[in-house]
Design a protein around this ligand. Structure first.
Ligand code: ZN
Length: 394
């Protein structure tokens, strides 16, 4: 067991008064950062040492009374943490400058730049008393803020800080917590998971995870929006509007997809001791015209990546079957192989033992068996990478 730091980010559900308060905090953080940057530059020009975040914070407190009385309306953390960020920005700049001098760095050194509102309202970080409830988070000065997703933030972990940020009109909170790293294996069952096009995932215990239905209607809409964009005249205001509408829809689809995958991979990693998945050669399959869209949709690559890192958190082992494993063409009952099985066949019929079952379930059962055929598969280890192995054909 070790202690790890982890960040959880989720969307806030704010009322107008809270949005105003958050904007003020973000504004104060931005102001403090830019003011600190100017003060440091002033100091560099004169032969004195550069003021630290603590020096600047003291100076800013004196300024509050005379020059920036509105700073009193926000938590003192917001400017204070912004000045800390400025310190780290300079530390990183000096580190990179040194590397550059030694010829060990390609690319820009990155001198700290003032924060502008061009890229949104920005963010601010708070420390101190932060309390997480299943449906809300309580922050210093801002009070209780509602969360859009219930129960996502951990309520029992030690909270180090909370960062509130804005993106395209949406407000998010990212909570940094200290947690014990779970490395004791979980005691759930072994399961084979067949990823598919019609059904997102079929588990060898007989349960299925349907493809999110809203995706399909959104995809039809995307096609329509795309056509709308191409019909509009280049450079026109209408075209800009159409482009923005299309971009919003793309973001929505991406979010839905990410949510579905995260829910599925979390559930698997938390409740199963061993998960066997197929190493679908996604790149190769994407060349197949008919499959391309559907596979791109469910994000198989993302599925495997998420499952691997979450498995490491929850003490679950991931086994990746080699892509030459004939999992869908082999009978899970007697291992008879149906060489003629095509993608159109949704049902597997065994001519040897007579077993008839859903094609995906048959594949999932074969994958589950793969775990049993390896001697050490039940010694679940916390390491996602070590837990990943390929199998020889059996
Ligand atoms: Zn059979």
């Amino acid at each position: 067991m070790g202690i790890i730091q982890r960040a959880y980010k989720t969307e806030l559900d704010l009322n107008d008064r809270q949005i105003t308060a958050c904007k003020k905090h973000a504004g104060a953080a931005r102001w403090a950062y830019n003011w600190g940057l100017a003060r440091k530059e002033e100091a560099y020009r004169r032969p004195s040492t550069s003021p630290s975040a603590i020096d600047l914070h003291r100076e800013l407190n004196a300024l509050k009374q005379s020059d920036v009385p509105w700073m009193y309306e926000v938590s003192k953390c917001a400017p204070q943490e912004a000045l800390r960020n400025l310190d780290s920005a300079f530390a990183q700049f000096f580190r990179r400058a040194e590397l550059k001098q030694q010829g060990k760095l390609r690319g820009k050194v990155g001198y700290p730049q003032p924060k502008t509102r061009k890229h949104g309202l920005g963010s601010f970080r708070l420390t101190g008393t932060i309390v997480v409830f299943p449906e809300a988070i309580q922050l210093p000065r801002l009070g209780r803020l509602r969360l859009k997703e219930r129960g996502y933030l951990p309520t029992s972990a030690r909270i180090l800080s909370a960062t509130v940020s804005e993106q395209a009109g949406h407000w998010y909170v990212s909570v940094l917590v200290e947690q014990e790293h779970l490395i004791s294996p979980n005691s759930g069952p072994t399961v084979g998971v067949d990823l598919g096009v019609k059904t997102l995932a079929t588990l060898s215990d007989g349960t299925t995870e349907p493809n999110p239905r809203h995706l399909k209607s959104c995809l039809r809409k995307i096609k329509r929006f795309q056509q709308a964009v191409s019909r509009k005249q280049k450079g026109s205001g209408n075209r800009r509007k159409a482009v923005r509408r299309l971009a919003n829809l793309h973001r929505k689809v991406a979010n839905q997809r990410a949510n579905t995958l995260h829910q599925l991979t979390s559930r698997l990693a938390k409740t199963k001791s061993v998960v066997v998945i197929e190493d679908l050669h996604v790149a190769g399959m994407l060349k197949n015209h008919h499959l391309a869209q559907a596979i791109g949709d469910v994000g198989f690559g993302a599925f495997r990546r998420q499952l691997t890192y979450k498995a490491a958190w929850y003490g679950c082992q991931v086994i990746v079957a080699s892509r030459w494993e004939p999992s869908s063409k082999t009978c899970s009952g007697c291992r008879w192989v149906d060489e003629d099985l095509s993608l159109a066949d949704r049902v597997f019929r065994c001519e040897q033992c007579g077993q008839v079952l859903d094609r995906d379930l048959n594949a999932a059962l074969n994958l589950e068996k793969l775990a049993g055929s390896s001697s050490d598969s039940h010694n679940a280890c916390g390491e996602g990478s070590a837990g990943q192995r390929s199998h020889e054909r059996w």
